[in-house]
Design a protein around this ligand. Structure first.
Ligand SMILES: NC(=O)c1ccc[n+]([C@@H]2O[C@H](COP(=O)([O-])OP(=O)(O)OC[C@H]3O[C@@H](n4cnc5c(N)ncnc54)[C@H](OP(=O)(O)O)[C@@H]3O)[C@@H](O)[C@H]2O)c1
Length: 235
């Protein structure tokens, strides 16, 4: 895959999508910020992004069709509503599921029961040909939105296709303060999604925007799973 990618963010108009869009655009990726309403996407882009940044507001189907990598940045309940209609357009592309299926009660955030095991595994069922990964669960939107601050978290990437995982690790690595880490198969997505409830609980108690770090992983070891060079995809 090329160094500069076209990224489509479905439901990109929310805090998480906007924050990721900003960081990816600052790194030189082409960003298609998707929405159910093209008009809304255009107005979010016009309002929040400098004009020289490569971010364009589009309807979700256009983002899905034109992107090389598709990010799911809408709420959990949107997956079932939106993805079946986009499965054809998404085909076998790399998909990054950022969704945390969380509910709230008097004790705080808690992971919802997802029949497929996790939001990401549900996305894989809905997009059978896609190379689904899950990542960016613990990247705080408040920090993503502020280009003057480091995001300061590891980004644990899971997925069943190693090339797709490497592509997503490469996306994490362009965000200052983030390190993409290969965390293995997609079935582990449930633990990353559920861990977000713990991070939210810590955030509420200490009034911070916490990240997550894996210790004792040297750069040399980590970069053994660096993104593939152009032309290596699928090997
Ligand atoms: N916020 C965080 O701290 C954080 C951190 C990591 C991961 N996440 C995950 O990232 C995802 C996005 O978070 P967010 O806070 O940005 O979400 P959000 O603001 O609630 O939603 C993002 C966008 O999704 C679209 N949307 C909402 N309901 C929809 C529906 N029923 N069907 C289709 N599209 C719908 C809306 O865009 P349009 O109206 O323009 O279509 C909305 O602007 C969530 O799954 C969340 O779990 C969030």
């Amino acid at each position: 895959m090329a160094d500069q990618l076209t990224l489509g963010l479905l439901g990109g108009t929310g805090p998480q999508g906007r924050g990721l869009a900003l960081r990816f655009a600052l790194a030189g990726h082409q960003v298609l910020l998707g929405s159910r309403s093209e008009e809304r996407a255009r107005s979010v882009v016009a309002e929040l992004f400098e004009r020289d940044l490569p971010v364009k507001g589009v309807a979700n189907p256009q983002a899905a069709a034109e992107a090389e990598v598709v990010l799911l940045t809408f709420p959990f309940e949107a997956q079932r509503a939106v993805l079946p209609g986009l499965a054809e357009a998404i085909g076998d592309k790399v998909v990054v599921d950022v969704v945390n299926p969380l509910g709230w009660d008097e004790l705080g955030a808690v992971m919802l029961d997802v029949p497929e095991g996790s939001a990401a595994e549900q996305a894989q069922v809905l997009l059978p040909r896609a190379r689904v990964t899950a990542a960016f669960h613990h990247a705080p939107p408040r920090l993503l939105a502020d280009p003057d601050r480091e995001v300061d978290t590891d980004v644990l990437v899971v997925g069943d296709d190693p090339v797709a995982r490497a592509v997503v690790i490469g996306l994490a690595d362009v965000i200052p303060g983030c390190r993409g880490i290969d965390a293995g198969p997609l079935r582990l997505a449930r633990y990353l999604e559920g861990l977000t409830a713990v991070v939210v609980s810590v955030n509420r108690r200490y009034k911070i925007h916490a990240g997550v770090r894996i210790t004792r992983l040297s750069e040399e070891r980590r970069l053994r799973l660096a993104p593939p060079a152009a032309g290596e995809e699928g090997s």
